[in-house]
Design a protein around this ligand. Sequence first.
Ligand code: CTP
Length: 471
Amino acid sequence: MTIELNLPIFQKIGAVADALGLECYVVGGYVRDLLLKRPSKDIDVVVVGNGIQMAEEFAKSLGRGARIAVFKSYGTAQVKHKGIEIEFVGARKESYQRESRNPIVECGTLEDDQLRRDFTINAMAVCLNEKRLGELIDPFGGVRHLDLKMIKTPCNPDITFSDDPLRMMRAIRFATQFGFFLEESTFEAITKNKERIKIITKERIILEINKIMESPQPSTGFLLMEKSGLLPFVFPELDKLKGVEKRNGRGHKDNFLHSLKVLDNVALKSDDLWLRWAALLHDIGKPATKEWDEQVGWTFKNHNYVGYKMIPAIFRNLKLPLGEPLKFVQKIVLLHMRPIVLIEDEISDSAVRRLLFDAGDDIDKLMLLCEADITSGNQEKVNLYLNNFKIVRQKLVEVEEKDRIRNFQPPIKGEEIMQLFDLPPGKVVGDLKTQIKDAILDGIIPNEYDAALQLLFKIAEEKGLKAKTDL
Ligand code: CTP
């Protein structure tokens, strides 16, 4: 089979390899993505011989515009040219391990190199030498497996996974990204070797989890992690959401499956990675708050608040970013019950104002999550809730137009209060500010400076505070 290579740079590499008398191939993800018609940026080239020498000659042939970085101990070199990155490596007999600290010494044939890659679909090579340009070398059936939508290791999966246990997560990630399935012996080997994932750094694992999160149907990955037994090692808090307990014939939802459904629902509507994380974690506080009540059955009181409190430690453990993404996910998890409570009670202007104030610019994302959170099997019930949410959305627009609460800043600042009443910073000033804010949110006064000032003087008088006379 011949593959049409889509970049002129491949011919150039082939010409340099011919001049050096070396065989040279583009391999791995690039070939896979070409066949899947997916965009791909990184190009990996295997040279049967010295990869670094080849890279140096190639960079020379490109002239000034090319930059080269040599990683001697890895036996690799990277050439950057016109926004394209090409990594050169000599064919190896042992496992292909980017992160390995040991120098890679033993050279091998192309097939040795292909055999020690992770999956058959990632082990295809296309020749770059002029006479064989485009020739596909596919000793393990990668093309057929792409057609079958199958993830399979090229050699005994126990060897593939013990060479690099991260590959267990990669298998699940590729299955999720592409909508493929795991071939039986490959899946079995993951269940068998699951504990070996412990030796992999969390930084590498989270890259795979985030690629799962960014897939069209992220639940696939988490279900495979659960089924293979990897989940408790990589994400114990999520694992704890599993299961249903029954008492007196009354059960509750399986919160693991429910969270995955909400995640998939959000993924249908939004590519926002952090909103997807909020969806996955929105009920994470449920196991810790679960209680049995004879009257109402199972309860999960304040699970949103407990979840909000749990999230920083989860982010830290998983090595997720602790800045804005963490704050955002916490906020959405904390607020995720508010719109539904709004429906159950009467939708008052003041409750809507408070929600707008607390959610700020994230209100639309919060509403999206709340709608995704309706996962009942009863379509009538779903329609009823969705319709009520429509009313809430309408009300949000009306109140926002009228009162501009979304980016609400109290019209009187603390400094001004301190100046007016000659107060030091402290609780008294804080209380005055809160009372003004509450009065605005409750609709007692409009969101305007004069009205706020008037109220401030009134409250101050009641508290026996005297305004400075020299103002
Ligand atoms: N590879 C491997 N084992 C790993 C990582 C990578 O065998 N643990 C091999 C595979 O042949 C893979 C190639 O190295 O195709 C390039 O790896 P990488 O760039 O990490 O992944 P891609 O397969 O290109 O996929 P993606 O870019 O989506 O991560």
